[in-house]
Ligand binder design. Structure first.
Ligand code: ADP
Length: 368
């Protein structure tokens, strides 16, 4: 796997150096930066897989079912996969969309991870112009539960019988040449299988070389009444929001992270005060309290972490202390971490690495 990690890192370092030397050639700068984004996104996916795998190996991998909007999740999954399918001129069939009017009780993050992995593989191992489809059906079991039948099909290169047996093993790829041709680590299916196992089922693979593959599983899920949408879905626009006169306290110990957030928010008129750790954030809040419209709070910081700082701000008695929105900004995006943040009195969280659109959308929700 060291080779797998070094390859995108080489691209990131190399392309950054090229961008730096090409200041007077804007096209070259832009294309190098596109490569940096692609390579680092790939690296992030890889690291997430390696971390998941080590959680699985340490027996710390858990599933936490909660109610969520299943249709919305399917649409998000489609968005992610559509980009890849478009690149290969493939048809993506999501005709299952539109048939789920109830919320589902399951582990949303993990279930979408499985779908994205299976669909991503289907796109990857299907030639240009092929077809990839997701079928989801449900059979009611009782009043509030049903079995969800999920199948991902493609008309791609397929997998030979001998190779099918090894598919779900860690680091296994159908044949050694595949990594060089298609990339990947051979971790995705092992992780997906583990997730589906924890949901009480197994992923079955059927495939014929040259014809295509189908990966399917059935899981028991709970159903809940639809939670009313109270966050209006802002249509993403290219024009920057105007937050002139609003003020943000950014508690973050790592300078480059402060720089990134500051640069992302440039042009919005938002004034940003920086605190270098939790203790400084609490002190600044005690001093200027009512001035802040929003606090972005890193969780892991020296001297005082974001959880403690949030609790101290909330109980400080300063004007606005109870009402000011506090959002965690953390790389610890596991469910239990999010729960800890909310438990400490935060309003929500933004995952790191920070995505500029997500940041804008979340801030828009709290700043108006
Ligand atoms: P990765 O895709 O990162 O190599 P996975 O665990 O997701 O790892 O997949 C393991 C291997 O299974 C792939 O390398 C490929 O050989 C094979 N495979 C998975 N899905 C498909 C598919 N839809 N069509 C053909 N081969 C597949």
């Amino acid at each position: 796997i060291s080779h797998e990690i070094r390859t995108p890192l080489n691209a990131i370092i190399g392309m950054s150096q090229i961008a730096r030397r090409s200041a007077d050639e804007p096209d070259k700068v832009r294309s190098s930066i596109d490569e940096v984004i692609t390579a680092s996104t790939h690296l992030l996916g890889l690291l997430n897989n390696v971390l998941d795998m080590s959680k699985i190996e340490a027996d710390k991998f858990e599933i936490s079912p909660e109610p969520f909007d299943f249709e919305k999740m399917l649409r998000r999954v489609r968005e992610v996969i559509q980009v890849k399918a478009d690149e290969k001129g493939q048809t993506l069939d999501f005709s299952c969309l539109g048939s789920f009017s109830h919320d589902m009780i399951a582990d949303e993050l993990r279930l979408s991870q499985v779908l994205i992995n299976l669909l991503g593989n289907a796109v990857k191992f299907t030639p240009d112009g092929g077809t990839v489809s997701l079928a989801v059906r449900e059979t009611p079991l009782g009043a509030n539960t049903s079995t969800l039948h999920v199948a991902v099909r493609d008309n791609g290169i397929g997998i030979s019988l001998g190779q099918q047996e090894r598919l779900f093993k860690t680091f296994e790829q159908a044949d050694g040449g595949i990594t060089r041709k298609f990339g990947g680590t051979g971790l995705g299916l092992a992780i997906s299988q583990k997730i589906v196992n924890l949901m009480g089922s197994v992923i079955r693979a059927e495939s014929e070389p040259g014809i295509g593959s189908c990966f399917a599983f059935d899981v028991k899920v709970g159903w809940a009444e639809k939670i009313r949408e109270d966050v209006p879905q802002g249509t993403p626009s290219d024009s920057l929001p105007n937050w002139e006169g609003k003020s943000l306290l950014l508690a973050e110990d790592i300078e480059i992270n402060r720089e990134i957030v500051t640069a992302m928010l440039e042009g919005t008129g938002l004034s940003i005060d920086n605190a270098q750790d939790g203790l400084e954030a609490v002190e600044m809040f005690r001093e200027h309290g009512g001035r802040y419209d929003l606090i972005l709070m890193d969780v892991q910081m020296p001297r005082m972490d974001g959880i403690t700082a949030t609790k101290q701000i909330r109980s400080s008695g300063v004007a606005g202390a109870r009402g000011v929105p506090i959002l965690a900004m953390t790389a610890n995006a596991f469910k239990e971490d999010v729960r800890n943040c909310l438990g400490a009195g935060m309003n929500g969280h933004i995952a790191k690495p920070v995505d500029v659109d997500e940041l804008m959308e979340t801030l828009a929700h709290y700043l108006g």
